[in-house]
Design a binder for this molecule. Structure first.
Ligand code: IPE
Ligand code: IPE
Ligand code: MG
Length: 272
């Protein structure tokens, strides 16, 4: 029986299947499928975005309760500007309204909110709300919510390359000093540990320009559920699946009762 089916059978006790010692510290989510959810119901796409907000609130609570420390969500990509102006305007307005309404509760929950992306093209009123929300919650340390807005992984990497090129022209650094650590320290996510787990909803199997550098060794979980239908149980399923993974980081796993020499077969003696 597949893990999915076992989980479905025990659905009522999902929490009990979680190993508390192996909860990922940082989970990233591509919240996808709002538009399709609404269209399926014969509703305008905006209804899907509205429902998506209430799901996000539930998932913040669920991940915090579980013991995760950081949740990073993809809310608006650099490519999403290509959507009809009406939808883009709706989303800008939604971000502004939701934040204004929710920021006090976010603060009371001791959540630090951070916006990752280029905020320059946003309407002034939205920029003010985003900045003041970050300011209000910057001292909170229980949990961090990173919201990626006007974010693109490629753009982020190009920006770092440009910055390091300029620093090396000005003599601030030597080109030979450019390494992964230095590169990492110039990313928008500097200081944030890479996500152990990436969840994408709606069944799409792509990254869509999200955290290209940071996801290098993240485990990927694709949920078939559209984001507005996602919930705590679906989130727990992703965590349980993550906990069954064997993370090797390019190495090999040590097998119980077997030394490396026992399990290693060189190409020379392979066919002996
Ligand atoms: C994700 O849902 C939300 C944003 C990208 C803002 P979509 O709006 O992409 O919904 P689908 O994928 O079209 O169903
Ligand atoms: C990714 O979803 C961006 C966000 C969830 C904000 P998209 O719906 O924009 O991605 P594609 O177009 O399916 O790749
Ligand atoms: Mg989509």
């Amino acid at each position: 029986m597949s893990l999915g089916k076992i989980i479905d059978k025990k659905n009522k006790n999902l929490g009990k299947l979680i190993n508390k010692q192996k909860v990922p510290e940082h989970v990233a989510i591509i919240m996808d499928g709002n538009g399709r959810w609404a269209t399926k119901k014969g509703l305008p796409r905006s209804f899907g975005h509205n429902k998506g907000v209430s799901v996000l609130k539930d998932i913040i609570k669920a991940s915090k309760k579980l013991g995760c420390k950081v949740l990073t969500v993809y809310a608006f990509s650099t490519e999403n500007w290509s959507r009809p102006k009406k939808e883009v305007d709706f989303l800008m307005n939604l971000f502004n309204e939701v934040l204004k309404n929710e920021i006090e509760e976010i603060h009371q929950e001791s959540i630090k909110i951070k916006f990752i992306g280029d905020l320059t093209p946003f309407p002034e009123s939205l920029k003010t709300t985003l900045n003041s929300s970050e300011d209000l919650t910057k001292g909170n340390s229980d949990f961090t919510l990173n919201v990626c807005v006007n974010y693109g992984g490629r753009q982020e990497i190009v920006k770092v390359a440009k910055k390091l090129a300029l620093k090396s022209i000005s003599g601030e650094i030597k080109p030979s000093e450019v390494n992964e650590e230095l590169f990492n320290s110039e990313l928008l996510t500097q200081g944030i540990k890479d996500p152990e787990l990436l969840i994408r909803t709606s069944g799409e199997k792509r990254i869509s320009n999200f955290l290209l550098w940071q996801l290098a060794y993240s485990e990927i979980y694709i949920s078939e559920v559209l984001w507005p239908d996602f919930n705590e149980d679906e989130f727990l399923k992703a965590i349980i699946d993550y906990q069954s993974r064997h993370r090797r980081f390019g190495g090999i796993e040590s097998l119980p009762n077997k030394s490396f020499e026992d399990s290693f077969c060189s190409p020379l003696n392979k066919y002996d």
